[in-house]
Design a protein around this ligand. Sequence first.
Ligand SMILES: Nc1ncnc2c1ncn2[C@@H]1O[C@H](COP(=O)(O)OP(=O)(O)OP(=O)(O)O)[C@@H](O)[C@H]1O
Length: 235
Amino acid sequence: MLEVAGLTAGYGAVRALDGVDLTVEEGSLTAVLGANGAGKTTLLRTVSGLLRPRAGRIALDGRDLARLPVEEIVRLGVAHVPQSGGVITELTVEENLRLGGLYRRDRGALARRVAQMYELFPPLAPRRSRAAATLSGGERQMLALARALTGAPRLLLVDEPSLGLAPRVVARLMAVLRRLCDEDGRTVLLVEQNARSALSVADRALVLDLGTVVADEPAAVLAADSRLRHAYLGF
Ligand SMILES: Nc1ncnc2c1ncn2[C@@H]1O[C@H](COP(=O)(O)OP(=O)(O)OP(=O)(O)O)[C@@H](O)[C@H]1O
């Protein structure tokens, strides 16, 4: 579904990605792992159009995204949940969810999708009329994911959803991501520092180091490779 080839991107003199190749199958969950500064966030930002590549190709179902406006990339079904969350804290939970699906014209479908989000993330339901600013960190992460999902994206890009969350909340979020692939056929590209959690739900895993791919394996193979784990993943 997503094909990235020879992707090079950066910031001024910094080359954050250097010839990255990646293929993501429809309905799969791919983990992008690696140390701080490896280029993981930059990879998501180039796919969603927030950063333009210097070279290489990013294709969604064969269509090149590299020069499309961000709005068009969203319309093609790509949603990006950034590390800092992506919720509007002044608005209520419900308003955030409705905004996430705003570009979908069908209002009935939007109401159904919002209702589905309360099923998928039960802690959000009793808080629907509260400002997002009053949510805990975990609840905010759930809202950020739910908000992206109300737009019914085909490809969900998620940047470190586990950051600062309790282990039980992390496990619940990972399980939701897995369900999105298995039950809804969505495709997920998940950036994580918490490699152990990500590998427990991923189909495939990519390890980045200084902007290059040093491993691209089925998640179970990577999890069993103690040399790679010690060298790049710290466990
Ligand atoms: N806006 C920016 N301006 C300049 N350099 C940047 C910018 N954003 C990132 N970089 C640099 O690009 C490289 C890759 O950063 P990136 O954020 O993609 O890494 P990461 O793997 O997501 O790291 P982390 O796990 O710490 O979030 C790093 O060397 C970083 O310092």
